[in-house]
Design a protein around this ligand. Structure first.
Ligand SMILES: NC(=O)c1ccc[n+]([C@@H]2O[C@H](COP(=O)([O-])OP(=O)(O)OC[C@H]3O[C@@H](n4cnc5c(N)ncnc54)[C@H](O)[C@@H]3O)[C@@H](O)[C@H]2O)c1
Length: 317
């Protein structure tokens, strides 16, 4: 199948690109390399069924690339993916995540793409969850508390309406907190990636707030599996999570165990605005729609990540 992946040079997108090629698809990637890297695609450079276009999803050029490629399926992952950046620069967030998504959707609808699968965010579109609602199901109201959550929610809604008005199939995969090799260990993204790098370097980890904030962590290969399944099944919003809550304190302990550092050095900073307190995502609809269940337990995923990082030269910083 001809598959176009936006954001294919990023953390999740590069794993997905490799897996889609391995599954026998022809893969074209659109990426502006704002956070993605050439290095992430090093393993598939020169592959006969792989093509890459370096462009911005908000531009007419990206729409032209998509129209010319005429993919049967678009896996849309390109995004401004940071909650904190969205709070500092809501305009940039909306430009990429709303207008960029609209540009891709419109080009896909015009060239006859059968289906668009969108990387949404289960961790932010629901907003503050009531404890009695955990693990969250897709039917619950969406009340994002960050501009990033809002722009992802808008993306989902654009997809839903495009589907209804233009007959394009769609799935919005509302991802939990994804972790695994290639996650950027700098900045805000992914406490697992940050802690793992810092513990392996013997550096102090910073916990924002009391560390009892919880997230639903999903290993990147499980997320890739969900996207590949969504190419030919599943419709509408689908949570991609485990249903389990893991606190920041639990993450630090798990990383310490995997790295054989029993009590990793840490300090506490104030809690961050725009962050939800507790979250877990029910995987029941994913099981029904995609026949998907998470395969990698948290301790196994962390052990895998630690083993992977031990084989890499650790980046500076
Ligand atoms: N990592 C997570 O835990 C998580 C959770 C929920 C949702 N998501 C979503 O999954 C997707 C992938 O996230 P990721 O963690 O791999 O982040 P990432 O930053 O590694 O990947 C995003 C990719 O999109 C590209 N990109 C950004 N703006 C672009 C633009 N204007 N034009 C073209 N390319 C552009 C970047 O260069 C990068 O390669 C994003 O849509 C993100 O919002 C991620």
């Amino acid at each position: 199948m001809r598959v176009l992946i936006t954001g294919g040079a990023g953390f999740i997108g590069s794993h997905l690109t490799e897996a889609a090629l391995a599954a026998g698809h022809d893969v074209r990637v659109i990426d502006d390399f704002s956070t993605g890297t050439e290095e992430n695609l090093a393993g598939i450079r020169g592959h006969a069924r792989f093509a890459l276009d370096r462009c911005d999803i908000t531009t007419p050029e990206a729409a032209d690339v998509l129209a010319a490629a005429c993919p049967e399926v678009v896996l849309h992952l390109a995004a401004q993916a940071s909650v904190q950046s969205s709070l500092c620069s809501p305009l940039h967030d909306a430009r990429t995540n709303v207008l960029g998504t609209l540009n891709i959707l419109d080009a896909a609808a015009r060239c006859g793409t059968r289906k668009v699968v969108f990387a949404s965010s289960g961790g932010t579109v629901y907003g503050q969850a009531r404890e009695t609602d955990l693990p969250l199901t897709e039917r619950l109201p969406k009340a994002p508390e960050s501009f990033y959550g809002l722009s992802k929610h808008a993306g989902q809604e654009y997809l839903r309406l495009y589907s209804r008005l233009k007959g394009i199939e769609h799935a919005s995969l509302a991802l939990g907190n994804v972790y695994g090799p290639r996650q950027d260990p700098h900045g805000e993204a992914g406490v697992v990636g940050i802690f793992t790098h810092r513990v392996l370097r013997g550096q102090t980890c910073t916990i924002n707030g009391d560390g009892e904030t919880t997230r639903d962590y999903v290993f990147v290969t499980d997320v890739v599996d969900a996207f590949l399944r969504a190419i030919d099944r599943g419709e509408g919003m689908i949570n991609i999570g485990t249903g389990a809550e893991t606190s920041v304190n639990d993450v630090l302990r798990a990383v310490g165990r995997a790295a054989s550092v029993p009590d990793p050095a840490h300090r506490h900073d104030p809690a961050r605005p725009g962050e939800v307190r507790r979250i877990s995502l029910s995987p029941r609809r994913a099981r029904r729609e995609l026949d998907w269940t998470p395969e990698v337990p948290f301790a196994t995923g962390i052990a895998h990540l630690v083993a992977h990082l031990r084989q890499q030269p650790l980046p500076a910083g």
